[in-house]
Design a protein. Structure first.
Length: 221
């Protein structure tokens, strides 16, 4: 094993209970479909021994900022939903999200994934000055893709209803579905990393070649 794979996802509104206020690891708190699908791919990748590189996994919380997966936290009720863009960027700065993300992605890595919706990307406050240590794929809506800054090494891949139908997956869970498939593919065939990082590769088609990590058992509500 050599190198690094970066995955950055968002928190979800659906969370598991934390009885008596006892904290859970961040990665085990969220129960939304995007997170559940992604975690199944992460578990496969970990079980395979990180064959394409060490996994550097982070969760962007609207309350805690950018967190490592094993940070103990309790359930909370806070969201960027409904906030104007300026307020989201301000909250992101207060949690040091832009600098934390820049620090994460400027170190060398072999492949990075941004699985963030529009409000969370606004909290990151990305601009053309961001320096990347490797190829970074951002799955996002067509509207978000059009306003993403031109960053050397960043590839935006638009997801809309057509892609949701293609993967038989709701739009809300689709980023997690694709991230889970990508990690499952690397777990089984680490040599596909070179193909996934090539700008000539149709990544969506490539991920259709992997079975869904979310079909093996029911997805948590």
């Amino acid at each position: 094993m050599s190198g690094t794979i970066i995955v950055v996802t968002s928190c979800t509104a659906t969370k598991l209970a934390t009885p008596d206020g006892r904290p859970r690891w961040a990665e085990s708190l969220y129960a939304g479909q995007q997170h559940v699908c992604l975690m199944r791919g992460i578990e496969k990748y970990r079980d395979a021994g990180h064959p394409a590189g060490k996994l550097r996994f982070r969760i962007l919380s609207a309350y805690h900022g950018l967190m490592p997966p094993h940070r103990p936290i309790s359930s909370y009720d806070h969201s960027f939903s409904g906030l104007p863009a300026a307020a989201i960027r301000q909250q992101g700065r207060e949690m040091n999200v832009p600098e934390d993300l820049r620090r994460l992605v400027r170190k060398p890595f072999d492949l990075g994934l941004l699985l963030l919706g529009d409000p969370y990307l606004r909290a990151c406050d990305l601009d053309a000055d961001v320096k990347l240590g490797g190829p970074l794929i951002c799955f996002c809506s067509p509207a978000v893709a059009r306003r993403m800054p031109k960053i050397d090494g960043l590839r935006t891949i638009s997801l809309a209803n057509a892609e949701a139908r293609r993967f038989s997956c709701g739009l809300i869970a689709l980023k997690g579905e694709l991230g889970g498939r990508l990690l499952s593919q690397l777990a089984a065939e680490p040599d596909t990393l070179a193909n996934l990082t090539s700008p000539r590769t149709d990544v969506i088609h490539q991920l259709e070649l992997s079975p869904s990590p979310c079909r093996a058992q029911p997805i948590a509500a």
